[in-house]
Design a protein around this ligand. Structure first.
Ligand SMILES: [Zn+2]
Length: 416
């Protein structure tokens, strides 16, 4: 049986690796905390009977296989171990520990998979460090180049490639990390809902059939600095004023686009950021999402147009898309299996659309994907108060385990 207490123990132990004890989980990719988390993740993978390897980006894999099945396509289960600053302890790690509990159940019950089972703990899903998320899944699916890693930068201009190198890994090998075509049989992820729906409906698990399309636009507006007291209003090139018009327009664009359409400016840097200096440069991100591809594309185009509308003799603008993923329909075979297992186990399921980006949506381009949500208390996420009861995670793991058994065609040792 699934043991909530084992899941709890691992999640609490992993949560010790935070840069902000007492103020939520802060475990940015390639930070000192991430470096400390890795040996722990490897250790619990080994204890779960898995063969561990780590790749050139710091993704960690635990594999259950036998020589007879080693060549067969893999059933991959997992999530990410990075967090946002002052985030919660479940976003990402719940999915890793769910995978590990599945592996332990194989171990407990002496189950032998007929397809390799891999549990994965991935880096940099959140996009906090370099303004671009889903890094690991993009690499594992062949959608990330070394050039991309050289271009992506943190707030101080240090590139992702440099961060990865400084942490002891090998960004130049990123293109070798992709699973070859047909090497995956399926990717399964358990994740907290990060919204209020399951709790409100009193359902145990959400079975996602569509993940919204998601994009991130990076905008730079360059104006001219000047003294706040001595520069007349008519002679200013205030980059922050331009940025604020774009931000207000982005809200309008999303509202007009209608249901399942959202746009958010969550990060903004003002230079030189002095109270008595006219801002000469502003950089910000626009996060744009929709369930519908045509609306997603139209919103991106409209926000870009509003950026370019700010350009004049004193203001120069630039924008580029650092992330673009189309809305994704997940595997109906897996969705149906999740549903069937839930019904059989008496676990209450709810069909859902995912409004958040997940590594699952990248994997959906190359293999069959299933995504299970477990309830988030008060819908809170990316916050220290993020919470899911361990018993609720355990219910999700029960469904996950049954579906993994089906996909790996697991056999009891006595049946050999
Ligand atoms: Zn997550």
């Amino acid at each position: 049986m699934v043991q909530a207490v084992r899941i709890q123990k691992d999640l609490e132990a992993l949560n010790e690796f935070t840069a902000t004890p007492g103020q939520g989980t802060t475990r940015l990719s390639y930070s000192a905390e991430a470096a400390k988390a890795r040996p722990f993740i490897k250790e619990i993978m080994v204890k779960a009977g898995l063969t561990v390897r780590e790749d050139a980006l710091g993704n960690i894999f635990g594999r259950l296989s036998t020589p007879e099945i080693d060549h067969k396509p893999i059933v991959l289960v997992g999530s990410h171990y990075d967090s946002v600053p002052n985030g919660g302890m479940f976003d990402g790690p719940a999915g890793i520990m769910a995978g590990l509990e599945v592996a332990r159940l194989f171990q407990d019950q002496g189950l032998v998979p007929q397809y390799p089972l891999e549990i994965v703990a991935m880096v940099e899903e959140e996009g906090t460090s370099f303004n671009s998320g889903l890094l690991a899944s993009r690499a594992l699916c062949g959608f990330l180049t070394y050039e991309d890693l050289q271009k992506l930068q943190d707030q101080n201009g240090l590139s992702a490639a440099e961060h990865i190198t400084n942490a002891g890994y090998h960004p130049e090998e990123v293109e070798k990390l992709a699973y070859p075509p047909k090497a995956l049989k399926a990717f399964l992820e358990l994740h907290i809902e990060q919204g209020p729906i399951l709790e409100n409906l009193k359902k145990d698990v959400g079975i996602v059939d569509v993940i919204v399309g998601i994009s991130q636009l990076q905008v730079v507006i360059q104006g001219k600095a000047g003294h706040a007291g001595t520069t007349p209003m008519g002679m200013r090139s205030d980059a922050l004023l331009s940025a604020s018009r774009v931000i207000a327009t982005a809200e309008k664009i999303a509202i007009e686009a209608g249901e399942y359409c959202v746009a958010t400016v969550g990060r903004l840097n003002v230079y030189p950021n002095g109270s008595n200096v006219i801002p000469d440069k502003v950089t910000f991100t626009v996060d744009i999402r929709s369930k519908f591809k045509d609306k997603l594309d139209a919103m991106i185009a409209a926000v870009k147009a509003s950026v370019h509308a700010e350009a004049n003799s004193g203001i120069t603008v630039s924008e580029h898309l650092t992330l673009y993923v189309e809305p994704t329909e997940l595997s109906t075979v897996i969705v149906n299996n999740f549903r069937e297992q839930s019904n059989r186990l008496g676990i209450l399921e709810e069909p859902m659309v995912s409004g958040a980006g997940h590594d699952a949506m990248i994997f959906a381009k190359v293999t069959d994907v299933g995504l299970i949500f477990v309830p988030s208390k008060d819908g809170i996420s990316h916050h220290p108060a993020e919470w899911t009861d361990y018993d609720e995670i355990a219910k999700g793991v029960e469904v996950l385990f049954e579906t993994v058994k089906v996909l790996t065609e697991a056999k009891g040792k006595s049946n050999d």
